[in-house]
Every structure is written in structure tokens, then in C-alpha cells.
Design a protein around this ligand. Structure first.
Ligand SMILES: *[C@@H]1O[C@H](CO)[C@@H](O)[C@H](O)[C@H]1NC(C)=O
Ligand SMILES: *[C@@H]1O[C@H](CO)[C@@H](O)[C@H](O)[C@H]1NC(C)=O
Ligand SMILES: *[C@@H]1O[C@H](CO)[C@@H](O)[C@H](O)[C@H]1NC(C)=O
Ligand SMILES: *[C@@H]1O[C@H](CO)[C@@H](O)[C@H](O)[C@H]1NC(C)=O
Ligand SMILES: *[C@@H]1O[C@H](CO)[C@@H](O)[C@H](O)[C@H]1NC(C)=O
Ligand SMILES: *[C@@H]1O[C@H](CO)[C@@H](O)[C@H](O)[C@H]1NC(C)=O
Ligand SMILES: *[C@@H]1O[C@H](CO)[C@@H](O)[C@H](O)[C@H]1NC(C)=O
Ligand SMILES: *[C@@H]1O[C@H](CO)[C@@H](O)[C@H](O)[C@H]1NC(C)=O
Length: 570
């Protein structure tokens, strides 16, 4: 053990709290990051709000006042909405110029008319285009950023391979009409600062997919949007339902502008071929991540921002495959620190695929749009709502977090005498996962050690034994394991029923789709985010107590906060 001294000058360094200040617009890109006009990273933590189905109006206006919904989105921690639209809303007067009332009546949705007249009476007799704008204005009042997403051309539920709306030139997908639609929408919002980007076309797909045409029309569309509104991020979708951008390895589109281009992709559990239900989750997660890396993830390494603009799961929490997928999703989205948009905000639809008042099981909100459908998911996703890495978060050295994707929490140490436990990742937790496999409390010579099966891990000083060496085992690389000193038994980090960190025998290392390793999935991730100061009244370890008495220093956490944020060696 090396002696620990706390230099006096640390006292002069005040701990800082991480807080997300409102970004200053317009946004642009800096390598793989989206940044604001001061150069600080802005992480998109969005939810999709559909307005592209047959009624051609934002869903839910019959359920709650639009300002209530916007405020709810902000209160749930999201900073942005990916707001969908159909081309015909702006190119075909008989679609977009009728009023909301007329549109609903024409579809036989009289109950929705009654609902809108109660909840949003001012919107009922506006044209559909005006209603679209009013929703953007409400989102702006709640300080939410907006990404306008062209979901399809003909208003309808999206998407199927043979719906005639999947690729340039398909029956309903007239390219000139699409280009003029992009121009109208980009122009319409060119003095609305919180409209920060446009997704040019959602989920290209179907039998007519063609790369030559992809480059031709995406380039044209990007130029049209950029010249109508140069403030916008221009967001391009790939092929095959936006799962495939691999062709960009060979060739990037040629554009007249720089620092505005973002790529988007989609990832759902059901697009992974049913594997989640039957496969060993370690192997399924590993293979899905690998293929995602090859199809889209490489763009991050090449310095392009990647926006996971749709992911989602059955929010009832009863769908086994979705639950496994979601935990895998959480780990990768944390590790890659992606910008993302949940599918979907809407708890219900006026009309979807012929069904009136259709419930959305993927909905963030309940059927009546009152509250979150799954409050524990809201807590869990909050770990991913603020940035972990990127320009402007801190000019200091990075550190590691030990993230637990099943809960959205991190391994937290309150004092050296209390067991380690799960706690908020926003709070101070600085680790250093060293190249020789030690998990060192950053800036100290203390390291994480296993004790025995079912026992709490501890923090110790002799870091040379096997119980201090942690390796990533299993195909998912998400089991953090060490060996028991006395007989070499392989142990994996796990979470006890009281939320403390223990080690157990490693789960599901061999093929078996019936077992569930999720409690043992941890991800060591990198962050350069400013650490926050913890609560006071934390029990101090011996040297902290001694020092704090001597120097009236605040707390153990403060000690790490300063140390962690400044990367000072002691
Ligand atoms: C992080 O800390 C630095 C100084 O240490 C400060 O300038 C910066 O504003 C902080 N960033 C955030 C996002 O709080
Ligand atoms: C405009 O929309 C109407 C109503 O959906 C449709 O009947 C008509 O064919 C559309 N016109 C064009 C030019 O697409
Ligand atoms: C729906 O409302 C319209 C206009 O108010 C009315 O003409 C029509 O009869 C109503 N339809 C039904 C099924 O009640
Ligand atoms: C793609 O479109 C181009 C331009 O229309 C055409 O020349 C080419 O044959 C198409 N490729 C395929 C594979 O259909
Ligand atoms: C982690 O520790 C190693 C030495 O073991 C050091 O070289 C490295 O800079 C540390 N990393 C961080 C992020 O502090
Ligand atoms: C190793 O020790 C652990 C804990 O005492 C025990 O449960 C396990 O059976 C031992 N394994 C072997 C192979 O002896
Ligand atoms: C890990 O993945 C490889 C390749 O997919 C597979 O052959 C192997 O059986 C997997 N290992 C386990 C322990 O399941
Ligand atoms: C799969 O694992 C479960 C739980 O660990 C066990 O009960 C079951 O017997 C195993 N099935 C096979 C085919 O190995």
C-alpha cells in the first residue's frame, strides 16, 4: 500500500455539480458528437411522437392538453421529441388544409372530436398544418428540442415492406413531392430555434432499395433542407428499416456543407430474429452488438454522430425477449454514449391499422396519456439521459463507471466501511479499470476484491492476489469475474437482494436459453463528466476521518470528487 496524503491545496478546489444547462442553438457536429454553439456536447435524449397516421395530427390531443404532454416529456427527463410527419400534409391541400375536426369526423372518430374539444379546444378548428405547428410551439414552451421526422408520404401506420411507401419511386413515394415537402417543412421552422434537426426519411425498405438512388436522393434532400434552413442537423437513415448503414464504409455522400450531418439507425428486439426468446442471452447480446457494430457502430469510430432514433420495448415488462433486449440495449447505449429516441411517447392512437383508440404497448405514457406506463423504466433510462463523454463536459481526465444495465445504476461506494452498493450514476463514482485487471478507486491504491460465494465484495489494499484481478468473461463480456484465492473458483459480480454488490457463481456461461444472466451484467464505461459532490454525513474511512478532523475537510465523497475530476495523483 502506498501512503495516502491529501495535499492541502485540494481544499481550495470546490467540488462542482454536473448540470445540464439549456443548449445554445444552433447545434452542429464535432466529430462523433453533437454540440451546441459554444462547442459543448448536447446529448439527444428524445421520445418519438407520432403525427403521421391517417388523422395527420399529433396523437393524444383528445386525451390531454398539448402543454401538459410537453411538460410531462420534460418532467420525465427527456430533452427532445422526434416528431413525425407525412409528406402529403404539406404537399396535398386535401390532406393538410382541412381542420383537425374535419379530419377526425371524416374518419368517423367522433369521440376523438369530443376529446379534443375538451382538452385542446383551440386546436380543433385549425388546419392540420397549423396543429402541427402548435405542437412544436408547445414543445418549445417546455424547452424541448424537436427533430422533425419524415416518416412516410401517405399518412398511415408505418412501415411494411410492401406498403408502396418504402423507397424512392415507390407507388406513394414520389421523389419530387418528397423534396418539395422537405423544403416546405424546413422553411416553415427556419426561425424556430428549438427545431434542431430533420430526419429526412424514416426506415427506407422494400424490394426497390437501391444504393445508387440512396446517394442521389439523400444528397439532394440534404441540400434542399440545408439551403432552406442551414441551422438544422441533417439526419440520414440507412437501408433495410434503418438497420444498415454499412455501405458508408466505402463511400460517404457528397455534400456542400460540413458539421451538420448525423446518421440514424433503429434497433428493436423483434428485429433480432427472435433470438432473444430462445438463445443464451450472453451469446445473443454479443452477436447483436457485433452485427450492430459492423452495420452502423463503425461510424462512431470514423467520426460521425449516430442517433439511435428508434428503440422500444413492451412497457408492460412482461415480454421476456423484450426485457432481455432492453438490458443489452442499455449496456451498449451507455458504453457508446449514443444519442437516442425512444419509440414512443403515445400511449394510444386515434386510429391505428383500423383499430379505434388503439393502445400502444410500447408507449411511454398510459392509454389516457396521464402518466408514465412504467415508472421503473423511467428511473432506469434516466442514467442515459445525460452525457457521459464528449466536448465541454469537463476538461479533466476520464474515469470509469461500473454500470449495471438491468437497473440503470452504478456501483457506488459511500465509505470504505459500508458494503458497496448500487446507486445513481450521476453521483460521484470514479474507478480506474487498469490494464492489469484491477478495479482501483481512482486516485488511491484501494481496489475491489471478491470475498466468497454470496458475500459482499470489499475494498482492500493488497491488490496483488487473484481476488483483485477482474476479467470480462462470457461472450457478452459483461460478466466481471475474479477467482477465489483459496481454490480458484470463478466468481462474478452480482447484486444481492438488498442492493449491495456481491459475488456469485457466474451464470449462463454455457449454452442455455432458459437461464438469465442479467443481474450479473455490468459494463465498465468511460466518462469525463464532472463528478458531483455527494451528501454529507458519510462515514469516513480512517484516513479521511483523520484528515477531515485535521483539515476540516468536507467528506470522503468530496475528496474523491476533487480527486476524480482533476485527476490528481496522490
Ligand atoms: C465542469 O467543470 C469545469 C471546471 O472544473 C467547469 O468549467 C464546467 O462548466 C463544468 N461543466 C459542467 C457541465 O458542469
Ligand atoms: C391528395 O389526397 C387525396 C386524399 O387522400 C387523394 O385522394 C389524392 O389522390 C391526393 N392527391 C395527390 C396528387 O396525391
Ligand atoms: C359524427 O359527427 C358528425 C359531425 O358532428 C355527424 O355528422 C355524424 O353523424 C357523427 N357520426 C356519428 C357516427 O355519430
Ligand atoms: C439502381 O438504380 C440505378 C439508377 O436508376 C439503375 O441504373 C440500377 O440498375 C439500379 N440497380 C439495381 C440493382 O436495381
Ligand atoms: C489508471 O491507472 C493507470 C495506472 O495503473 C494509469 O496509467 C491511468 O492513467 C489511470 N487511468 C485513469 C483514467 O485515471
Ligand atoms: C471453493 O471454495 C468455495 C467456497 O468455500 C466452495 O463453495 C467451493 O465448493 C470450492 N470449490 C472447489 C472446487 O473446491
Ligand atoms: C460464444 O460464441 C461463440 C461464437 O458465436 C460460440 O461458438 C460459443 O459456443 C459461445 N460460447 C458459449 C460459452 O456459449
Ligand atoms: C438450463 O438451465 C436451467 C437453470 O439453470 C436448468 O434448470 C435446466 O436444466 C437447463 N437446461 C438444459 C437443457 O441444460
Amino acid at each position: 500500500m502506498s501512503p495516502l496524503f491529501l495535499p492541502l491545496f485540494l481544499l481550495s478546489l470546490l467540488p462542482h455539480t454536473y448540470s445540464i444547462s439549456a443548449p445554445s442553438f444552433p447545434l452542429s457536429t464535432n466529430s462523433r458528437w453533437i454540440v451546441d454553439s459554444t462547442g459543448q456536447r448536447v446529448k439527444l435524449a428524445c421520445v418519438n411522437w407520432a403525427a403521421h397516421l391517417e388523422p395527420v395530427a399529433a396523437e393524444g390531443l383528445s386525451k390531454q392538453p398539448v402543454d401538459f404532454v410537453a411538460k410531462k416529456v420534460a418532467d420525465l427527463g427527456f430533452n427532445c421529441v422526434r416528431y413525425t410527419w407525412a409528406v402529403q400534409m404539406v404537399t396535398n391541400a386535401s390532406v393538410g388544409s382541412i381542420t383537425l375536426r374535419e379530419s377526425l369526423v371524416q374518419l368517423g372518430l367522433n369521440e376523438s372530436v369530443a376529446g379534443v374539444s375538451v382538452n385542446n379546444p383551440k386546436l380543433l378548428d385549425l388546419s392540420l398544418i397549423q396543429v402541427y405547428q402548435e405542437v412544436v410551439a408547445a414543445l418549445s414552451r417546455s424547452n424541448l428540442m424537436v427533430i422533425l421526422d419524415n416518416q412516410l408520404s401517405k399518412p398511415s401506420w408505418c412501415c411494411s415492406r410492401y406498403d408502396g411507401d418504402g423507397f424512392f419511386g415507390d407507388k406513394y413515394f414520389d421523389t419530387d413531392e418528397w423534396l418539395s415537402g422537405l423544403k416546405i417543412i424546413a422553411t416553415m421552422f427556419n426561425s424556430t430555434p428549438n427545431v434542431v434537426g430533420m430526419s429526412l426519411r424514416n426506415e427506407l425498405r422494400g424490394p426497390n432499395q437501391n444504393l445508387t438512388l440512396w446517394y442521389r436522393y439523400m444528397q439532394e434532400g440534404a441540400e434542399v433542407v440545408h439551403s432552406a434552413n442551414p441551422n438544422l442537423l441533417v439526419i440520414l437513415s440507412g437501408l433495410d428499416y434503418d438497420k444498415d448503414l454499412s455501405f458508408l464504409q466505402l463511400k460517404q455522400p457528397t455534400l456542400s456543407f460540413t458539421n451538420k450531418l448525423v446518421y440514424e439507425f433503429h434497433w428493436y428486439g423483434f428485429s433480432d430474429g427472435g433470438d432473444w426468446e430462445n438463445g443464451n442471452p450472453n451469446n445473443v447480446c454479443a452477436s447483436v452488438v457485433k452485427s450492430t457494430l459492423l452495420r452502423v457502430g463503425f461510424l462512431l469510430e470514423q467520426g460521425w454522430p449516430l442517433f439511435l432514433s428508434e428503440f422500444g420495448f413492451d412497457q408492460s415488462g412482461t415480454h421476456l425477449a423484450d426485457n432481455r433486449y432492453l438490458t443489452c440495449f442499455m449496456s451498449i447505449t451507455a458504453e457508446w454514449d449514443l444519442d437516442w429516441a425512444l419509440w414512443a411517447l403515445q400511449g394510444s392512437y386515434y386510429l391505428r391499422e383500423g383499430q379505434v383508440a388503439c393502445d400502444e404497448s410500447y408507449g411511454l405514457l398510459t392509454w389516457d396519456w396521464c402518466k408514465a406506463r412504467n415508472p421503473s423504466f423511467v428511473k432506469r433510462i434516466s442514467a442515459l439521459q445525460s452525457p457521459l463523454q464528449g466536448p465541454g463536459l469537463s476538461n479533466k481526465k476520464p474515469y470509469n463507471l461500473i454500470f449495471h444495465p438491468l437497473t440503470g445504476l452504478c456501483v457506488v461506494m459511500d465509505s470504505s466501511s459500508k458494503p458497496l452498493q448500487l446507486g445513481s450514476c450521476a453521483d460521484l463514482r470514479a474507478w480506474n479499470y487498469t490494464s492489469d485487471g484491477k478495479l482501483v478507486v481512482k486516485g488511491t491504491s484501494y481496489c475491489l476484491q471478491s470475498v466468497n460465494v454470496g458475500k459482499n465484495v470489499k475494498i482492500g489494499t493488497d491488490c496483488s492476489k487473484p481476488n483483485s484481478k477482474w476479467e470480462l468473461v462470457s461472450n457478452s463480456s459483461m460478466h466481471i469475474s475474479s477467482k477465489l484465492d483459496k481454490n480458484g473458483t470463478l466468481l462474478c459480480l452480482d447484486v444481492g437482494s438488498d442492493g449491495t454488490i456481491i459475488t456469485n457463481r457466474c451464470k449462463c456461461l454455457s449454452e442455455n436459453g432458459t437461464c438469465n444472466p442479467e443481474s450479473q451484467w455490468f459494463k465498465i464505461i468511460l466518462s469525463n463528466r464532472n463528478l458531483t459532490r455527494g451528501d454529507s454525513n458519510i462515514e469516513l474511512p480512517f484516513f479521511g476521518r483523520w484528515l477531515s478532523k485535521l483539515l476540516s475537510l468536507g467528506s470522503w465523497r468530496e475528496y474523491y470528487s476533487v480527486e476524480g475530476a482533476n485527476g490528481l495523483r496522490i
